[in-house]
Design a protein around this ligand. Structure first.
Ligand SMILES: *Cc1c(COP(=O)(O)O)cnc(C)c1O
Length: 337
């Protein structure tokens, strides 16, 4: 399914699958530790970048250009990938240059990337893509052979990384002799979701029972159907050399109830989930993605989405560096009590 695609080895795989405590609704939690993919402090983008950078290197690229929010994990991991592969990296970011670099920005610069601040608002991703085209144009003119990666690396080529992750998880479920009811994760640019669905559909087509994939939307776009996850999953299957129609419309579900006011705007439930995960498993979640994702998992368990006694997997997509950015710490821990 993946062997014919160019791939650079960037992540430490397989990532661990850890058994967690029982949740409300008598659901057994498992945590798939994709925060431990290794690349530049880890996270889900490492799996996408293995295939995206594979394509870039195969094309003869000498530089990478990508875009993201001010505290983008994707940009930080792209910076690390460029460092490993000897490619110059340009990051086109929302917001203005801060007085002091922190969190993901600090790491991106440490990995040698150049930051381009656009002044754009956090979730105005269209503006970032336009600014990115200008950077690509300049690099092209300089002969730097740029390879452009869109927001979150959520192309079919990037999503293939999560189809492979689904297959990896199935092998771990077999080892543990579990048949989880669901794999739950935070979704923003949609590539992780689409890739998991492609992998799920490919495994299901072999006649095996598979968990549902439940995406917790943490950005306005995915909550309103952008990108079209079913279409992205179909394109991903095609790239894998499989039948586009294996993913059915009914497979695609984004739970929009956990984002709060907007992308990167913290929620009480998200902050509570960060504290809960830290105190029950030593897991470190963040306010933008994984905290809201875990809040969504717990909320669905409480609401009885899964049968009592079910196993449910939280795909921990990472995001730890943003805890050390301004406003990154969850509420309710600062008073030392
Ligand atoms: C990018 C990211 C996500 C969302 O993944 P998409 O493929 O963009 O939907 C979730 N969690 C973290 C920590 C991320 O950095």
């Amino acid at each position: 399914m993946f062997g014919h695609l160019p791939r650079t080895r960037l992540a430490t795989l397989p990532t661990p699958l850890e058994r967690g405590p029982e949740l409300p609704g008598a659901v057994r939690l498992w945590v798939k530790r994709d925060d431990l993919t290794g690349l530049g402090m880890g996270g889900n983008k490492a799996r996408k970048l293995e295939f995206l950078c594979g394509a870039a290197v195969a094309e003869g690229a000498r530089s990478l250009v990508t875009v993201g929010a001010g505290q983008s994990n994707h940009c930080r991991m792209t910076a690390a990938a460029g460092a490993l592969l000897g490619l110059e990296v340009h990051l086109v970011l929302a917001g203005d240059r801060p007085d002091e670099l922190r969190g993901n920005q600090l790491l991106s610069v440490l990995f040698g990337a150049q930051l381009h601040f656009t002044g754009a608002e956090e979730s105005h991703w269209g503006e970032l893509e336009i600014a990115s085209e200008a950077v690509v144009g300049t690099l092209d003119a300089q002969g730097a052979a740029p390879y452009a990666i869109p927001i979150g690396g959520s192309t079919p080529m990037g999503a293939v990384g999560y189809a492979a992750a689904f297959v990896e998880m199935m092998a771990q479920f077999d080892e543990r002799a579990i048949a989880p009811a669901a794999v739950v994760h935070a979704s923003s640019s949609g590539g992780t979701h689409a890739g998991l669905l492609a992998g799920m559909a490919a495994v299901r087509a072999q006649g095996r029972p598979v968990p549902e994939v439940l995406a917790i939307g943490v950005a306005r776009g995915v909550n309103h159907g952008h990108p079209d996850i079913a279409a992205l999953a179909a394109d991903t299957l095609e790239l894998m050399g499989l039948d586009r129609t294996l993913v059915e419309r009914g497979d695609v579900y984004v739970d929009p109830n956990w984002m709060g006011d907007d992308y990167a705007v913290p929620t009480r439930a998200g902050d509570a989930a960060i504290r809960w995960a830290a105190r029950h498993g030593g897991w470190v979640l963040d306010r933008v993605y994984s905290g809201k994702g875990m809040a969504g998992l717990v909320g669905n368990a409480e609401a009885g989405r899964w049968q009592p006694g079910s196993d449910v997997v939280f795909l921990h997509t990472g995001g730890q560096p943003s805890l050390f950015a301004p406003e990154g710490a969850p509420a309710g821990i600062g008073d030392g009590r």
